[in-house]
Ligand binder design. Sequence first.
Ligand code: HEC
Length: 172
Amino acid sequence: MARKIVLAALVAGLAGAAAAWDDGPVPEPEPIGTMSELMIKLMYPASDAILYVESRAPTNEVEWNELQAQALLLAESANLIMMPSRVVGDADEWMRDARLMFDAGAAAYEAALEQDLEALIALNEQVYMSCVVCHRRTRPDYGRNYKRFEGPPVEALPPAGEAPPAEEAGAP
Ligand code: HEC
Protein backbone atom coordinates (compact mmCIF):
# COMPACT_ATOMS: atom_id res chain seq x y z
CA MET A 1 0.00 0.00 0.00
CA ALA A 2 2.62 2.47 1.10
CA ARG A 3 4.66 1.55 -1.94
CA LYS A 4 1.73 2.31 -4.24
CA ILE A 5 1.28 5.74 -2.72
CA VAL A 6 4.96 6.47 -3.10
CA LEU A 7 4.84 5.30 -6.70
CA ALA A 8 1.75 7.40 -7.45
CA ALA A 9 3.39 10.43 -5.88
CA LEU A 10 6.52 9.78 -7.89
CA VAL A 11 4.63 9.50 -11.18
CA ALA A 12 2.65 12.66 -10.40
CA GLY A 13 5.86 14.43 -9.45
CA LEU A 14 7.57 13.38 -12.63
CA ALA A 15 4.61 14.49 -14.69
CA GLY A 16 4.76 17.88 -12.99
CA ALA A 17 8.48 18.13 -13.54
CA ALA A 18 8.09 17.14 -17.19
CA ALA A 19 5.45 19.80 -17.69
CA ALA A 20 7.69 22.43 -16.15
CA TRP A 21 10.55 21.16 -18.25
CA ASP A 22 8.61 21.51 -21.49
CA ASP A 23 7.34 24.99 -20.79
CA GLY A 24 9.08 28.27 -21.01
CA PRO A 25 12.42 29.31 -22.40
CA VAL A 26 15.21 26.75 -22.66
CA PRO A 27 17.43 27.18 -19.60
CA GLU A 28 20.86 28.69 -19.98
CA PRO A 29 23.76 28.74 -17.57
CA GLU A 30 23.16 31.44 -15.02
CA PRO A 31 25.61 32.84 -12.49
CA ILE A 32 24.89 32.32 -8.81
CA GLY A 33 28.08 33.52 -7.14
CA THR A 34 29.80 36.83 -7.80
CA MET A 35 33.28 36.81 -9.33
CA SER A 36 34.70 37.55 -5.90
CA GLU A 37 32.79 34.62 -4.35
CA LEU A 38 34.02 32.21 -7.01
CA MET A 39 37.58 33.35 -6.43
CA ILE A 40 37.45 33.13 -2.65
CA LYS A 41 35.28 30.05 -2.23
CA LEU A 42 36.31 27.89 -5.20
CA MET A 43 39.54 28.89 -6.89
CA TYR A 44 41.52 30.06 -3.91
CA PRO A 45 41.15 26.82 -1.87
CA ALA A 46 41.40 24.67 -4.99
CA SER A 47 44.65 26.27 -6.09
CA ASP A 48 46.02 26.19 -2.53
CA ALA A 49 45.58 22.43 -2.53
CA ILE A 50 48.05 22.32 -5.43
CA LEU A 51 50.34 25.14 -4.31
CA TYR A 52 50.84 23.55 -0.88
CA VAL A 53 50.87 19.97 -2.10
CA GLU A 54 54.44 19.45 -1.02
CA SER A 55 53.73 20.13 2.64
CA ARG A 56 50.23 18.63 2.56
CA ALA A 57 51.03 15.59 0.42
CA PRO A 58 48.22 13.04 0.32
CA THR A 59 49.06 9.87 2.21
CA ASN A 60 46.11 7.61 1.35
CA GLU A 61 43.38 7.09 -1.23
CA VAL A 62 40.90 9.34 0.54
CA GLU A 63 43.35 12.23 0.52
CA TRP A 64 44.25 11.62 -3.12
CA ASN A 65 40.55 11.70 -3.96
CA GLU A 66 40.22 15.02 -2.19
CA LEU A 67 43.18 16.43 -4.07
CA GLN A 68 41.80 15.16 -7.37
CA ALA A 69 38.53 16.93 -6.59
CA GLN A 70 40.34 20.20 -5.88
CA ALA A 71 42.33 19.96 -9.11
CA LEU A 72 39.19 19.18 -11.08
CA LEU A 73 37.46 22.11 -9.43
CA LEU A 74 40.33 24.39 -10.38
CA ALA A 75 40.14 23.31 -14.02
CA GLU A 76 36.35 23.49 -14.21
CA SER A 77 36.30 26.87 -12.47
CA ALA A 78 37.94 28.19 -15.60
CA ASN A 79 34.83 27.12 -17.50
CA LEU A 80 32.66 28.89 -14.93
CA ILE A 81 34.42 32.20 -15.39
CA MET A 82 34.31 31.77 -19.18
CA MET A 83 30.51 32.08 -19.07
CA PRO A 84 29.76 35.08 -21.30
CA SER A 85 27.98 37.00 -18.54
CA ARG A 86 31.03 36.68 -16.30
CA VAL A 87 33.58 38.18 -18.67
CA VAL A 88 35.38 41.19 -17.22
CA GLY A 89 36.91 43.64 -19.70
CA ASP A 90 38.14 42.54 -23.11
CA ALA A 91 36.49 39.18 -23.90
CA ASP A 92 39.35 37.73 -25.97
CA GLU A 93 41.92 38.52 -23.32
CA TRP A 94 39.65 37.23 -20.59
CA MET A 95 39.19 33.92 -22.41
CA ARG A 96 42.92 33.55 -22.98
CA ASP A 97 43.68 34.31 -19.34
CA ALA A 98 41.01 31.90 -18.12
CA ARG A 99 42.41 29.25 -20.44
CA LEU A 100 45.73 29.45 -18.59
CA MET A 101 43.91 28.39 -15.45
CA PHE A 102 42.05 25.71 -17.38
CA ASP A 103 45.34 24.28 -18.69
CA ALA A 104 47.06 24.44 -15.30
CA GLY A 105 44.05 22.87 -13.59
CA ALA A 106 43.68 20.15 -16.23
CA ALA A 107 47.37 19.26 -15.94
CA ALA A 108 47.09 19.19 -12.14
CA TYR A 109 44.03 16.95 -12.38
CA GLU A 110 45.90 14.58 -14.65
CA ALA A 111 48.86 14.47 -12.24
CA ALA A 112 46.53 13.97 -9.27
CA LEU A 113 44.80 11.08 -11.02
CA GLU A 114 48.22 9.51 -11.50
CA GLN A 115 49.07 10.31 -7.87
CA ASP A 116 52.23 11.95 -9.17
CA LEU A 117 53.43 14.22 -6.41
CA GLU A 118 56.54 15.40 -8.27
CA ALA A 119 54.45 16.44 -11.27
CA LEU A 120 52.07 18.36 -9.00
CA ILE A 121 54.94 20.18 -7.35
CA ALA A 122 56.36 20.99 -10.78
CA LEU A 123 52.98 22.50 -11.77
CA ASN A 124 53.00 24.98 -8.91
CA GLU A 125 54.41 27.84 -10.91
CA GLN A 126 52.02 27.29 -13.82
CA VAL A 127 49.04 27.29 -11.44
CA TYR A 128 50.26 30.36 -9.62
CA MET A 129 51.00 32.32 -12.77
CA SER A 130 47.59 31.46 -14.21
CA CYS A 131 46.08 33.51 -11.40
CA VAL A 132 48.63 36.29 -11.58
CA VAL A 133 48.36 36.97 -15.32
CA CYS A 134 44.63 37.71 -15.17
CA HIS A 135 44.83 39.60 -11.88
CA ARG A 136 47.56 41.87 -13.20
CA ARG A 137 45.33 42.81 -16.08
CA THR A 138 41.92 42.98 -14.44
CA ARG A 139 42.49 44.11 -10.86
CA PRO A 140 43.55 47.72 -10.68
CA ASP A 141 44.72 47.50 -7.07
CA TYR A 142 46.86 44.51 -7.89
CA GLY A 143 50.45 44.25 -8.85
CA ARG A 144 52.84 44.32 -5.96
CA ASN A 145 51.68 41.15 -4.26
CA TYR A 146 52.75 38.58 -6.75
CA LYS A 147 56.20 37.57 -5.91
CA ARG A 148 56.26 33.93 -5.04
CA PHE A 149 57.91 32.98 -8.32
CA GLU A 150 59.51 36.26 -9.25
CA GLY A 151 61.92 38.40 -7.33
CA PRO A 152 59.79 40.91 -5.42
CA PRO A 153 60.41 44.58 -6.08
CA VAL A 154 62.23 45.80 -3.02
CA GLU A 155 59.60 48.46 -2.24
CA ALA A 156 56.93 45.71 -2.12
CA LEU A 157 58.59 43.95 0.76
CA PRO A 158 57.28 44.71 4.23
CA PRO A 159 59.80 46.37 6.56
CA ALA A 160 61.83 43.81 8.49
CA GLY A 161 59.92 42.37 11.42
CA GLU A 162 56.48 43.29 10.10
CA ALA A 163 54.09 40.60 8.96
CA PRO A 164 52.86 41.12 5.41
CA PRO A 165 49.17 41.93 4.95
CA ALA A 166 47.01 38.84 4.63
CA GLU A 167 46.56 39.19 0.90
CA GLU A 168 50.29 39.42 0.29
CA ALA A 169 50.85 36.39 2.45
CA GLY A 170 48.12 34.34 0.87
CA ALA A 171 46.14 34.55 -2.32
CA PRO A 172 47.87 34.94 -5.65
C1 HEC B 1 40.48 35.27 -16.09
C2 HEC B 1 40.71 36.10 -14.93
C3 HEC B 1 41.05 35.54 -13.61
C4 HEC B 1 41.74 34.40 -13.28
C5 HEC B 1 42.32 33.35 -14.20
C6 HEC B 1 41.83 34.37 -11.84
N1 HEC B 1 41.22 35.45 -11.30
FE1 HEC B 1 41.04 35.83 -9.33
N2 HEC B 1 40.11 37.60 -9.76
C7 HEC B 1 39.73 38.01 -11.02
C8 HEC B 1 38.97 39.24 -10.92
C9 HEC B 1 38.36 40.03 -12.07
C10 HEC B 1 38.90 39.55 -9.54
C11 HEC B 1 38.19 40.73 -8.87
C12 HEC B 1 36.84 40.24 -8.45
C13 HEC B 1 35.99 41.31 -7.79
O1 HEC B 1 36.41 41.83 -6.76
O2 HEC B 1 34.92 41.61 -8.33
C14 HEC B 1 39.63 38.50 -8.85
C15 HEC B 1 39.79 38.44 -7.49
C16 HEC B 1 40.39 37.41 -6.80
C17 HEC B 1 40.53 37.33 -5.36
C18 HEC B 1 40.10 38.43 -4.38
C19 HEC B 1 38.63 38.32 -4.16
C20 HEC B 1 38.14 39.36 -3.14
O3 HEC B 1 37.00 39.81 -3.30
O4 HEC B 1 38.89 39.68 -2.22
C21 HEC B 1 41.13 36.16 -5.05
C22 HEC B 1 41.46 35.61 -3.68
C23 HEC B 1 41.39 35.49 -6.30
N3 HEC B 1 40.94 36.29 -7.34
C24 HEC B 1 41.99 34.25 -6.41
C25 HEC B 1 42.33 33.67 -7.62
C26 HEC B 1 43.13 32.49 -7.74
C27 HEC B 1 43.69 31.70 -6.58
C28 HEC B 1 43.28 32.24 -9.07
C29 HEC B 1 44.04 31.16 -9.74
C30 HEC B 1 43.90 29.83 -9.33
C31 HEC B 1 42.55 33.29 -9.77
N4 HEC B 1 42.01 34.14 -8.87
C32 HEC B 1 42.46 33.36 -11.15
C33 HEC B 1 40.04 37.40 -12.21
C34 HEC B 1 40.73 36.20 -12.33
